[in-house]
Design a protein around this ligand. Structure first.
Ligand code: AMP
Ligand code: MG
Length: 405
């Protein structure tokens, strides 16, 4: 059985970053930039006022340094979007935030430091030359690197691109993902129960939700009976996707057909079983460039395997540079104890982010107890070989992706 790090390495080594597609800016949220983008113009694109006030010549303000009054003639006004008016010594122009600086002016005095009397303005305080003027290109200069390839486009970056009039852009293509779940006992939501031994499938709903929150549009291929031929038919649909995910049927009982089916179809099984808890029975196989993840049926195992293995692989396909979610170090506030220490364990925990990072494992950690996720916002990693971690020790924590991107 291989370790977590080895399993992740195998998955990432077999994951190819996808090609690009051109999309409109308003469709680009959370997509990853394919090519570097350079500034199309200077931003700001012209000298403009940072305040509502009066534009004037700094030399006219010099008497204020000797406590002498300064009164200037108002020769006009310029609002945002309007044409600037040139001024001469002894003159001032009323100016609004974002309006172009009048020719000849080199300083803007904010309204609060002025007193207007008919067509004359008295300036009440001295300000340095250049005050309240936003200079052309001081944010970014035309031709400078604006956004690097591999950048994940958040609302912030979309705004930056909009300010350069980028209407369409090249981003990495999104992986096409298909998912099916297996199990004779498994029912979809809304289906009528015909026996008490049946259960609802939470797995496809969880995984579809997690995929959709990454911006993907996964395809659900249905609930498949524990029957090798049906599983093979579902597996054959891998041709339509970049990634195929199944849940259930990857353990070792004679009702677990996934591995046999995968082998008979000529998939290349890269590993089966990882020394982690929960989620040990997971299987990873490839068919050409296409990836198959056989996740266990237990709902907690299934979700954890998705987070620690499938998510990084999808991120690599999507062009993300930071694929592995950084671990954080948090201080444990209650001890962790366990009987066996033969596997790296992922405990659901609560991380308190208010001051220092404090973390606590939740009580219900069994792999069938999905409900505890309600209270959790992170995984706590308990390393192989460790049975006990006292309170006050620092542990590795991975925050759920809904908290950070
Ligand atoms: P398996 O991996 O098929 O042996 O299933 C392990 C456990 O997970 C069993 O208790 C199954 O009933 C349960 N299970 C299997 N598939 C699902 C599913 N889609 N949703 C929720 N639980 C499931
Ligand atoms: Mg099963």
């Amino acid at each position: 059985m291989i370790d977590f790090e080895e399993a992740l390495r195998i998955i990432l080594n077999n994951t190819k970053t996808l090609d690009s597609e051109r999309i409109f800016l308003d469709q680009a949220l959370n997509r990853v930039l394919f090519k570097d983008i350079y500034a199309k113009e200077n931003i700001p694109s012209f000298d403009n006022s940072a305040m509502d006030g009066f534009a004037l010549l700094n030399e006219d303000l010099l008497p204020l340094k000797n406590a002498l009054p300064v009164k200037l003639k108002i020769v006009g006004e310029v609002s945002a979007g309007a044409k600037p008016i040139p001024i001469k010594k002894g003159e001032a122009v009323k100016i609004y935030t974002g309006a172009p600086i009048p020719q000849g002016a080199d300083t803007v005095i904010e309204l609060e430091l002025t007193k207007v009397n008919a067509d004359e303005v008295e300036i009440l305080a001295y300000k340095e030359k250049g005050s309240n003027i936003r200079r052309i290109g001081e944010d970014i200069k035309k031709g400078d690197l604006l956004l690097e390839s591999g950048k994940v486009l958040r609302g912030y970056e979309l705004g930056i691109l909009a300010s350069h009039n980028i209407v369409t852009l090249d981003v990495f293509r999104m992986p096409r993902v298909g998912i099916f779940v297996t199990g004779d006992e498994v029912l979809d939501i809304g289906e009528e129960k015909t026996s008490d031994a049946q259960i609802r499938s939470s797995n496809h709903i969880s995984i579809m939700g997690l995929l959709e929150s990454m911006g993907l549009k996964p395809t659900f291929l249905g609930i498949i009976k524990d029957d090798k031929e049906s599983i093979k038919n579902a597996l054959n649909r891998i041709e339509e996707f970049d990634i195929l995910i199944s849940t259930g049927g990857v353990s070792v009982s004679d009702k677990d057909f996934t591995k046999e089916a995968v082998k008979e179809l000529g998939f290349d099984v890269k590993f089966h079983k990882v020394a982690i808890k929960p989620g040990k029975p997971m299987m990873f196989a490839t068919k050409g460039d296409k990836l198959f993840f056989g996740l266990p049926g237990n709902p907690v195992s299934c979700v954890i395997n998705f987070d620690i293995f499938v998510r990084p692989s999808i991120k690599k396909m999507m062009g993300y540079k930071d694929i592995i979610k950084p671990f954080m170090r948090a201080k444990l506030i209650a001890p962790i104890k366990r009987k066996s220490s033969d596997r790296l364990e992922f405990l659901r925990g609560i991380l308190n982010l208010e001051q220092e990072l404090l973390v606590e494992a939740l009580p219900k950690q069994s792999s069938h107890m999905l409900t505890e996720f309600r209270n959790a916002n992170c995984y706590i990693l308990v390393p192989k070989g460790v049975n006990e971690i006292p309170a006050g020790e620092f542990v590795d924590v991975i925050m759920f992706s809904s908290y950070i991107r």
